[in-house]
Design a protein around this ligand. Structure first.
Ligand SMILES: *Cc1c(COP(=O)(O)O)cnc(C)c1O
Length: 377
């Protein structure tokens, strides 16, 4: 492929001296777990996000699991989330023997639909997990109102939207994605917007009680060495990853700006084409374009992907199967047709390469190739 979905090599080359020095320092100190690099990154991320506590952990899936463990939910408690997301969101609910309650998304933003949440609340509902999908925030003001009304926790899945800003339409106040609910969770998987050179994740909260509990849970439920207060897990961010992330955090705003510029280029290129519906950014959020995902109207998706591949251009489908139709999650409560927006999106979305190293020249080649196929189809 001439153009991949991400360009991690190109991104690394630009910061190579800084990153290499930081990695070598960790090796020389040989403090591979929980060393100064982890403390430094934790503090810098707290400041960047404007949250009181960041708890680093091993990956984004663990972050979600630990968040739910800290809320003290019991088997059978219901957790509402979107039917259109990466599986990790629902996986942790199922693993903890909680009941995932899926709801449909909005057709223009692809994010969880607050009206559908409201309808799904029952006396067993304990939490909502909004996913800020593809890089823009879900409708948090509406979601918070539902949570307040019914006394529910909010755990934000910010794996795809770190650095996105949410602006409350009532107060005009802006906050970072992940700092709006009770707990925020993110992933530092290499292809995420703030990506490590391996796995990594973090949990955010402004609540001292939850922070203290989560710090204990990620460390085998151990507050005092060899005394275990909770059933915990082993979930740590290693020092080399933290040192790399600390460097990349300094560049995160540049990275987000580059992604936004690339997203706008695609939006403009496809704006007037009836065969393509470009993604809509809601008024209350910025977009950090973790993915550039658009909807095809009556275009042979498989054919377009092949045409792009023949031209050396990668493309992908996020996500081809909605959660309620996944084999492992089949459930008599749900059947095909239950979530029409999600189901239509699964059949008609396509994602184009988007990352920090795109140039207008590359994007023109990509959009020309897309339009060539779409217009003759
Ligand atoms: C990547 C991702 C996760 C999981 O993160 P890992 O670090 O891969 O475990 C969870 N939720 C969403 C929406 C993601 O995109």
């Amino acid at each position: 492929m001439k153009y991949n979905m991400v360009d991690l090599v190109g991104q690394y080359e630009k910061i190579k001296p800084e990153v290499d020095e930081a990695i070598l320092k960790v090796m020389e100190e040989a403090s591979f777990i929980g060393g100064p690099a982890v403390k430094s990154f934790q503090g810098n991320l707290e400041e960047y996000l404007g949250v009181k506590h960041v708890i680093p952990c091993a990956n984004g899936t663990d972050a979600l699991q630990v968040a739910l463990m800290a809320l003290g939910l019991k088997p059978g408690d219901e957790v509402i989330t979107t039917s259109f997301t990466f599986i990790a969101t629902a996986e942790v609910i199922a693993l903890l023997q909680l009941t995932p309650v899926l709801v449909d998304v909005e057709p223009d933003t692809y994010n969880i639909d607050p009206r559908a949440i409201e309808k799904a609340v029952t006396p067993k509902t304990k939490a909502i997990i909004p996913v800020h999908l593809f890089g823009q925030c879900a409708d948090m003001n509406a979601i918070k109102k539902i949570a307040d009304k019914h006394g529910l926790f909010i755990v934000e899945d910010t794996a795809q939207a770190i650095s996105a800003d949410y602006t409350d339409p009532e107060t005009g106040m802006s906050q970072k994605a992940g700092s709006l609910g009770d707990i925020g969770c993110t992933s530092f998987f290499p292809s995420k917007n703030l990506g490590a050179f391996g796995d990594g994740g973090a949990i955010f909260t402004n609540r001292d009680d939850l922070a203290a509990k989560m710090r204990i849970i990620v460390n085998h439920g151990m507050a005092v060495r060899y005394y275990h207060d909770y059933v915990g897990v082993n979930s740590r961010l290693d020092s080399i990853q933290a040192a790399i992330l600390d460097i990349k955090l300094r560049h995160l705003d540049e990275y987000s700006a580059a992604r936004l510029k690339a997203g706008r280029y695609y939006n403009n290129s496809f704006a007037d084409n009836p065969k393509i519906t470009t993604p809509v950014t809601a008024a209350y959020t910025s977009h950090v374009f973790h993915q550039y995902t658009m909807v095809l109207n009556g275009v042979d998706r498989q054919g377009l992907m092949k045409h792009l591949a023949d031209n050396g251009i990668a493309s992908a489908v996020y996500y081809p199967v909605p959660l309620h139709l996944q084999k492992a999650y089949l459930d008599p409560r749900y059947k095909e047709g239950d979530f029409p927006v999600t189901e239509k999106l699964s059949k008609s979305v396509i994602s184009l390469p988007i990352h920090t190293e795109l140039t207008e020249g590359i994007q023109k080649e990509i959009t020309d190739a897309v339009l060539e196929f779409v217009n003759k189809a």
